[in-house]
Write a protein that binds this ligand. Structure first.
Ligand code: NAG
Ligand code: NAG
Ligand code: NAG
Ligand code: NAG
Length: 331
């Protein structure tokens, strides 16, 4: 290699090494940034009792530390594995990314829906009554699965009126007593997973509902309908319609305000009272007839054909007679 070439090569090498070394040297002092774009990765819907992984991430220099908050509990780490119980329909996950240098933080939240295939359902068709037989099934129980029953979240003493069948899959009462009222859940487990069911509220209280309001309404006039629940067992109400009411209509809470538009219609209003935990509903349907408005507008139905046949020729005849009369007079 010629001398001048050696020299150039040395410069080149120096420049490369210099730049290689200088790159990270320039960075650290100024580069503290984030957290930005903090987010949670994981499924939006999980199955109760199944282990599920969630990861938190953020753009952060230097690397952030992460803290999770799940139903009042705090967990450290970028990733968490959660086994969500089936008592609730959903759970709120919160992850906070913290920059260890700047102490800046940012949080992300996700609501995760919990599917619980395990539930307690009554298998007796009628509502529970004192003195009647009644049975509950633990859906999700089966062969090779251990099933435990809880009342108000505790194991409960059984007596001769109670019987467990199908490997504890069913709880049978030969005759209900007031003391049987309570919130029943079952816990199913195999060797790998354990799931608490959605519960059933056994209650002797009642739900009934009626609707107050007129049977006949006038088009163009406002009428009120009120849903009147009589629930000794706590209930929520909702309105349902086979067809949505025409005209001006507003439902809020127990009150419906309706100004029907067209006469001649029949409208059904249904009010449903429900207690989800007791898996009970009651409903009432009111049928309302819309009569015509006060007679200010001329009647819309066409005149009877027999009448029109009679009327029209006579009108034409009359016109002709008049015209002839005019000609006769002017001539
Ligand atoms: C049935 O329930 C009892 C307690 O109520 C429990 O000791 C037993 O292990 C359960 N059996 C099965 C098959 O789940
Ligand atoms: C336990 O139940 C889960 C969910 O049904 C199933 O995926 C798993 O294979 C079961 N384990 C055993 C050992 O049967
Ligand atoms: C319907 O109820 C509302 C609210 O209670 C009331 O202001 C309105 O006057 C009522 N309308 C009729 C026609 O009774
Ligand atoms: C509500 O229901 C209870 C029990 O069925 C009954 O005794 C009571 O008379 C009802 N009240 C009204 C206002 O209908």
């Amino acid at each position: 290699m010629a001398d001048h070439m050696k020299f150039l090569y040395a410069i080149l090498l120096f420049t490369i090494t210099e730049s290689v070394f200088s790159l990270p040297m320039a960075a650290p002092s100024s580069d503290t940034s984030g957290p930005h774009f903090t987010s949670i990765q994981g499924p939006r819907v999980v199955t109760a009792g199944v282990r599920t992984d969630f990861t938190c991430s953020a753009d952060c220099t230097p690397e952030c530390t992460y803290t999770w908050r799940v139903s009042g509990q705090q967990v450290e780490g970028k990733a968490v594995t959660l086994t969500l119980d089936g008592h609730r329909d959903s759970v709120e996950l919160e992850c906070t990314a913290l920059n260890p240098t700047s102490r800046d933080s940012q949080s992300a939240r996700n609501t995760v829906k919990i599917n619980n295939p395990v539930m307690v359902v009554p298998t007796t068709s009628s509502n529970p009554f004192e003195g009647d037989a009644f049975s509950l099934a633990c859906k999700g129980s089966g062969p090779g699965i251990t099933t435990l029953w809880l009342k108000d979240n505790e194991l409960f003493p059984t007596d001769s009126r109670m019987r467990f069948t199908d490997n504890n899959g069913t709880l049978v009462f030969s005759s209900l007593l007031p003391s049987d009222a309570g919130f029943y859940t079952c816990v199913v487990a195999n060797s790998t997973i354990k799931v608490a069911s959605r519960g059933y509220l056994l209650s002797f209280r009642t739900i009934t509902v009626t609707i107050e309001g007129p049977d006949t309404v006038v088009a163009g006039v406002e009428h009120n309908f009120t849903c009147v629940p009589n629930c000794s067992l706590e209930c929520s109400i909702s309105w349902r319609f086979k067809q949505f009411p025409q005209g001006s209509f507003k439902a809020s809470g127990t009150l419906v305000r309706w100004t029907p538009a067209r006469p001649g219609l029949v409208q059904d209003f249904t009010c449903v009272a429900e207690n989800k935990l007791a898996q009970r509903t009651a409903q009432y349907t009111k049928r309302v007839l819309v009569s015509g408005p006060p007679p200010t507008i001329p009647p819309s139905p066409p005149p009877k054909p027999s009448a029109s046949v009679m009327e029209r020729p006579s009108f034409i005849l009359l016109t002709l007679v008049c015209l002839q009369l005019l000609f006769a007079l002017s001539a």
